[in-house]
Design a protein around this ligand. Structure first.
Ligand SMILES: [Zn+2]
Length: 116
């Protein structure tokens, strides 16, 4: 697996595509959610819903930042990173989490939409 150093692209979209391109951050303002394929290259989908007490994005027309960090403790890779100005800043691996993070209602809705 190759750890990315940088996002390949930022795609603002309403409907999340079926296959996620590596290194691309897909942002749906409508659903207040971003999704990407794990930056470690493992191919797992990582969903970061926006909100108070959740993730926030900052986009200046070129670079995008996501805060807080993305911690994939529920994934086998346990990767942990910041996305800052479209660069990936790697942190120490997350502690393993046995219980996957709860999927938001919004996310389940998104999934259903995508299958149609
Ligand atoms: Zn991964």
């Amino acid at each position: 697996m190759t750890r990315r150093r940088q996002l390949a692209d930022v795609v603002f979209t309403t409907v999340i595509p079926r296959g996620l391109d590596a290194g691309v951050l897909y942002v749906s303002i409508e659903y207040a959610t971003a999704i990407h394929s794990c930056m470690c290259g493992c191919g797992r989908e990582v969903v970061t819903p926006f909100g108070r007490g959740s993730w926030r994005i900052c986009y200046d027309g070129e670079g995008i930042s996501l805060s807080p960090s993305v911690g994939n403790g529920a994934l086998p890779c346990r990767s942990h990173y910041f996305i800052r100005d479209s660069r990936i800043i790697w942190l120490d691996a997350e502690a393993p989490r046995s219980v996957p993070e709860p999927r938001s209602l919004l996310w389940r809705l998104l999934r259903r939409l995508r299958k149609n």
